[in-house]
Design a protein around this ligand. Sequence first.
Ligand SMILES: Nc1ncnc2c1ncn2[C@@H]1O[C@H](COP(=O)(O)OP(=O)(O)OP(=O)(O)O)[C@@H](O)[C@H]1O
Ligand SMILES: [Mg+2]
Length: 324
Amino acid sequence: MADAAITVEDARKTYGGSGGKHGKPALDGLDLTVARGTVHGVLGPNGAGKTTLVRILATLLRPDAGRVEVAGHDVVREGYAVRLRIGLLGQHAALDEELGGRQNLELFGRLHHLGARRARARADELLERFGLSGTGHKAVKQYSGGMRRRLDLAASLITDPEVLFLDEPTTGLDPRGRAEVWDSVRSLVGGGTTVLLTTQYLEEADQLADRISVVDGGRVVADGTADELKAAIGGDRIDVVLRDAGQLGAAVALLPVPRDAVTVDTDRRLLSAPVTDRMAALAGVVRALEESGVDAEDIALRRPTLDEVFLRLTGTGDRPKEAA
Ligand SMILES: Nc1ncnc2c1ncn2[C@@H]1O[C@H](COP(=O)(O)OP(=O)(O)OP(=O)(O)O)[C@@H](O)[C@H]1O
Ligand SMILES: [Mg+2]
C-alpha cells in the first residue's frame, strides 16, 4: 500500500533462535498494514507478541524473517532512517524520577540533538499540550500515574515523529489516568501522526483505534474496525428477563425476529435476540410485553463487547489484567 506508514509481512521471531531453548516463536507469521495518519490497535493477551512486534518496528530487535517497513524504510537495512521518524512509548516508563517533568523533557531533547534553546522551547510546548504546564518543576516521583504517562507520551514526541508506537500506554492506570492518556492520544492524531498502540484493554482499542488487529500466539487472528469485529460475532442484542418462566413461550413470539433466532435460557428466565434497530426494537418489545400482559423483570439492549469478540477469536479465556 503506497500510503502505508507501517507494513509488516510474514514477520517471524523466536527468542534465542528457532533451535534455542525458547523454541516457541514470539512472532509466527504476523501481517499488518497501517495507513498513514490513523491509529491502529494491536490487541492481545499477555505473551501474544505485542512488545516483540513494537521492538521490531522500533528497530530495537531484528526479525528472523519477513518484511517490515516503517515510514517507507526497511527496519533492518535502513534502521537509522526509521529511527529518525519514530517515537516510542515503552511498556515501562523511561523517566528520571528525581528530575522535574520539564527537566526530563529538556534532557530528552538534548539526547535527540536539539540545541539547548530548542530543547527548552519544545519542552514547554509539550508540557502545555499535555496539560502539565503547572507541574513542570515538580519531581516526577511526585506525579500521579496518569501525569507520568502523559509526560512519557510528551517525551516520545520530542522529535515530532511521523510514526508513534505506544506499548500498553494505560496499563496500571486508574480510570481517570486512562481517560487523560486517551485524550492526549486523540489530540495527536489530528496532527497527522500515525499511531500504533498495543493494549490488553478491549475498551481502549475500541475508543482510540481506527482499525484493530487481534493478536494471539504471534499472529493476527482477526482484524477490522471495532464495529466489524463486533459484527463478525453478530450485531446488537436485546435481552429480556421475565418474572415467570411459564410465559417464555408467549414472549418469544413478541420479539421482532424469527423464532429460531431467539435464544431461550429457562433457568434464568432469559430471552435474547439479535436486533438491527436498537431503539425501535426496545420500544417495540416494551409495548408488546405490556399489551400482552407478559411481566418483564429486566430488559436490556447490549452490543457484543470487544471482550466477547476477543474471547471468541482467541479462545484462550484470558482476561485483561484489570476486569473491565
Ligand atoms: N527477551 C525474551 N527472551 C525470551 N523470550 C521472550 C523475551 N521477550 C518475550 N519473550 C517471549 O515471547 C513471547 C511474546 O512476548 P511479548 O513480550 O512480545 O508479549 P506481549 O504481548 O507484549 O505480552 P504482555 O501483554 O505481557 O506485555 C512470550 O512467550 C514471551 O515469554
Ligand atoms: Mg508487552
